[in-house]
Write a protein that binds this ligand. Sequence first.
Ligand code: ADP
Ligand code: MG
Ligand code: MG
Length: 266
Amino acid sequence: PLPVDDFDIGDVLGEGSFGSVCQATLRSTGIAYAVKIIDKVHAKRHGGLAQVKNEKDILIKLDHPNIIRLHSTFADEDHLYIVLEHASGGELFQHIKRLGACHLSCARWLAAELVNALEYMHSKGVLHRDLKPENILLDEQGHIKLVDFGSARHVGSAEQYVRFVGTAEYVSPEVLDDRDATEASDLWALGCILFQMLSGAPPFRADSEYLTFKRIEELDYSFPEAFPEDARLLVNALLQTSPSQRLGAGFEAGGYPELKAHPFFT
Ligand code: ADP
Ligand code: MG
Ligand code: MG
């Protein structure tokens, strides 16, 4: 019997670049998981096998309540399987879309959990590099669970340098400029996500990728009128073109005390 036969595969939870993510119940325990099912041929053709291996190698080292937990991985002739903890609350993306924006208290809460996840991840030397509301899931209680570590890297690893892997709207100016991502590049994305949670759209959205890149390079963003003042200050502190100027930049083992002490969180 194949390992996949230990599971009842259920509904599709999301579409990934190399296959689907489905609900999967482990028959022996009745516990629900999410299984990322990757088509080997398709992944190989699009250079995705390395990403899948990378996702596994990184997730195996992470253990935090706001980061999705890896249960197991296996393969059969045609597919690779990554079995993950199931986040049943859906994508932050969908919630923003449905609500137009998050309530201030909710955005504060979610941003604080994101900071905790980043602090932990960065303390383990891991950069996410593709932070965006599609990759931030919620669990049953509304706690965040970061997913999608396919583009993640260890700080300073030889293959850290890969030209722009993230998503146009969240990419930092230094990565656009062909420099390595650092912890501060994830902080930039955090600034974009906080802006989006409170306004409904990311700060540098434009009609084309080219125009988005141009807006990022020119630091061309502006707040809608109703955007709360303390959140403006935090977004401005994170959306600094120079990575070293971003609030919290220069991550040391001590984590992000200045970021956590920002008036937005207090
Ligand atoms: P890709 O690298 O192709 O973007 P993701 O890991 O981001 O793949 O997964 C794609 C989508 O599948 C996510 O945006 C989410 O909607 C869903 N998904 C992924 N992991 C889980 C999970 N553990 N629980 C629930 N849904 C998930
Ligand atoms: Mg994704
Ligand atoms: Mg991915």
